[in-house]
Ligand binder design. Structure first.
Ligand code: ACM
Length: 752
């Protein structure tokens, strides 16, 4: 029987739409559906709905009861269209004439009720989640009349959580799953084991959780600093915990009900200090607390791992099982007789090949059990095993290489998807792992790199964000780091690239902040701080300043006369052009109240802009910024050294600026960044020489930057060498000493 049920239903049903007050109706879904048509009118929820479902959607249809304020009168298997049908909810298998492909759905809300159609459970689930979200976005007790046609861009839409660094309460995991489901994630990567604690009960190896799940210190940092020891469960004040197998099964079922698969990760061969602390016979040394990697020359290692996997496979029906594979030290293998004997027996050349052998054991074991193995991109080193899916984290390179070789890939690059990185100026944020990953950068991510061959793009299954919890001691902090960035990722994974637009996403996001508040999610609130971009126009010898904040449609005021901006200062409405050196002071306002600190934008129209620079020492190839133009382009770096404005050096800096003609000079100022976390420090000293001919130089001044014994997480300072009296010169030689043998990051060299 082929007919369009939607049309038929339309003929019979009683019209019960309410003109739902003057309240605005919202259909700003995240992720953005392929197509949304909003029609006049709304469906009142001041009534009870019968739910009719196709057989395969029986379980899924129950999710209608989870939707707040939605009253369900009955559930009934859909058989045929009835006369005098009350306003209803239909969750129906689509027919060929609906032209819906796998995972696609339609959601229609009209006077007759609500119809979700899809050919499969994945699609119907997405439709149900759209309905749930649509409900949560409304202020009134009604749903807008809409017609939504939708499908996901990627089949793998993941979020990860590390419960080893800090153990997370079981109930929080359910909340995490709830929010994931609402934003159409379908994979939860559960990082269950790591050096900081084993978190899943394994019946055969009870000491993993009676000993290696507990530590004397609550916070990872304290534990790491003071000995990295484990204590037995029940030790007074022991911190940690683990999940029972019953809990893990419960979570698997809980997530499955909402369309989310759980991928467990059991780390090997590295990140395994906790196992080796309680089963030291599995390490090369035979001693606890000596190494992070299993002894791969010891057959018992594989017996252990396979026994653990047997129990894991019994709990988790997931097709994919994650075996880690990242950051294994491997150094003990070099001197371990067993490992070396294995290497010789297998005629392997390197320790990477030993790791590859170990990973292959896991791959074969999992394949024999009908599962697929995922590993971090290090599994590419020493040769990738046949069935492996690569999770690309150190960048996209591993993923690109694997996809081009025909392997499936999940993209989770640090550059865009490590949610343990700062999401705003680190000086304003709780301590995080490092890096800098604001919402817009997450949103800008496209999982299919242009370096992937067109016929290999299908191997990119999707993208995932990782939440490593070194600096997330509790659920509140996990939520703070995960949201709203996870909403940006949701759209990266779901919405077609050409349909994505950050300003438009930000507009929709406003309503989702309220939704997250309703769910009591401790999300990161958008900052009021004013951010700026300065572009120097060399033809006009003028700076163009663009101001913004993370607030939607912010009120920003500024001054250029050195006074602090107040509620009477000029309002920023469009980019400002300034053809003189000045300090622009700016802040955000809400009505008459200043909502942010004052941001000082130093605008220098200086003598070196656009002049040629000869480098006697070379920048680090990873941080060239704009090459030779970087330090004399009038632009100043922001809060991240990855913004293409900061130039990085691992050596001293020595360079010569040629001013084209003799100029009167009073000072040279150099702007540097300091960020001790990733090893970025101010220079030990700065020196300036001048010359008329570029051959013979005389010293014009020097300084030793103040060294802070306890530097903050981020510092940006301009170090100024002022000359005793004005001098005339054509050439300036500049030197900054890299006394800490770390990174120097410099942006502009201002010459006046
Ligand atoms: C990782 O971040 N070590 C996968």
């Amino acid at each position: 029987m082929k007919f369009s049920r939607l049309t038929l239903l339309g003929c019979f049903l009683v019209i019960t739409w309410c003109s739902s007050s003057a309240q605005e109706l919202h259909a700003d879904l995240i992720p953005k559906p392929n197509k949304v048509v909003i029609n006049e009118g709304a469906l009142s929820l001041d009534q009870s709905f019968p739910v009719y479902y196709s057989e395969r959607f029986m379980e899924l249809s129950q999710l209608a009861t989870d939707i707040p304020g939605m009253r369900i009168s009955s559930f009934e298997l859909f058989k045929r269209v009835k006369k005098q049908q009350p306003t209803s909810i239909w969750i129906l298998e689509s027919q060929a004439s609906d032209n819906l492909r796998a995972s696609e759905y339609t959601l229609i809300i009209n006077p007759r009720g609500i119809v979700i159609k899809s050919p499969d459970v994945a699609g119907a689930m997405a439709g149900m989640q759209s309905l749930h979200q649509l409900r949560m976005l409304q202020d009134s007790n009604a749903l807008p009349f809409v017609e939504i046609q939708d499908k996901p861009r990627f089949g793998y839409r993941g979020l990860h959580l590390d419960v080893s660094r800090h153990f997370m309460p079981f109930d929080f995991l359910k909340k995490y799953i709830d929010v994931m489901a609402l934003y159409k994630f379908n994979q939860f990567h559960w990082h269950l084991t790591d050096g900081a604690g084993w978190r899943l009960a394994i019946n055969r190896y009870p000491e993993l959780t009676s000993k290696a799940a507990w530590r004397p210190q609550a916070h990872f940092q304290d534990w790491e600093q003071y000995g990295k020891r484990y204590v037995a469960q029940g030790t007074p004040n022991a911190h940690g915990g683990f999940y029972t197998q019953e809990q893990a099964r419960e979570l698997v079922a809980y997530a499955a009900r909402k369309g989310i698969n759980i991928i467990p990760e059991i780390e090997m061969p590295g990140h395994s200090e906790e196992v080796l602390a309680v089963y030291p016979e599995l390490s090369c040394t035979g001693l606890p607390y000596t190494q992070n990697e299993f002894c791969v020359g010891n057959e018992q290692t594989f017996t252990f791992l396979k026994n653990v996997l047997d129990e894991v496979l019994d709990i988790f029906p997931s097709e994919y099982i994650h075996i880690g594979g990242d950051e294994a030290d491997k150094s003990h293998w070099k001197t371990c007789p067993k490992c070396q004997a294995l290497k010789e027996k297998l005629q392997l050349q390197t320790e990477e090949e030993l790791q590859s052998y170990a990973v292959q054991q896991m791959d074969e074991y999992l394949q024999a059990k009908g599962r697929k193995m995922i590993g971090w991109d290090e599994i590419l080193e020493g040769g990738l095993t046949d069935g492996a899916t690569v999770m690309s984290w150190r960048g996209e390179e591993g993923g690109i290489e694997a996809a081009n070789k025909g392997h499936d890939v999940i993209m989770t690059p640090q550059s865009h998807l490590y949610f343990d990185f700062y999401q705003f100026d680190p000086r304003t944020q709780p301590k995080a792992f490092g890096g800098y990953l604001p919402l817009e950068r997450v949103y800008s991510y496209n999982p299919v790199s242009t370096q992937i061959d067109a016929d290999k793009a299908k191997h990119i299954l999707g993208a995932q964000a990782n939440l490593w919890t070194e600096y997330m001691p509790n659920p509140q902090q996990v939520e703070y780091m995960a949201f709203p960035r996870a909403l940006a990722l949701a759209e990266v994974n779901w919405t077609e690239q050409e349909q994505r637009d950050f300003p438009e996403f930000r507009r929709r996001l406003q309503k989702h902040y309220a939704l997250l508040q309703d769910l009591q999610v401790n999300y990161y609130r958008p900052s009021f701080d004013v951010q700026y971009d300065v572009v120097y126009d060399s033809a006009k010898r003028s700076n163009r300043i663009t101001l913004s904040s993370e607030q939607f449609d912010p009120t920003i005021r500024y001054t250029t006369d050195g006074t602090d901006p107040d509620n009477q200062s000029p309002l920023y409405i469009a980019p400002i052009d300034l053809a003189v050196s000045a300090t622009l002071k700016t802040a955000s306002f809400l009505d008459s109240a200043r909502m942010s600190p004052i941001t000082n934008v130093e605008l220098d129209i200086h003598k070196a802009i656009g002049k040629s620079v000869q480098y006697n020492t070379k920048w680090n190839e990873r941080y060239p910024a704009q090459g030779e133009r970087t330090l004399v382009d009038g632009r100043k770096g922001g809060v991240t050294y990855q913004d293409g404005k900061w130039q990085g050096f691992t050596s001293d800096i020595e360079l010569v600026i040629d001013l084209d003609r003799r100029e009167e000079l009073r000072r040279v100022a150099a702007r540097f960044m300091q960020m001790p976390g990733p090893g970025v420090f101010f220079p030990g000293s700065i020196k300036v020489w001048i010359s008329d001919n570029g051959k013979s130089y005389r010293e014009a001044g020097s300084l030793v930057p103040h060294v802070d014994a306890n530097p903050g997480v981020l510092d940006i300072q301009s170090f100024e060498v002022k000359f005793d009296k004005p001098v005339m010169a054509k050439f300036i030689k500049f030197e900054a000493k890299n006394t800490k043998n770390a990174f120097l990051f410099i942006d502009e060299l201002v010459v006046d």
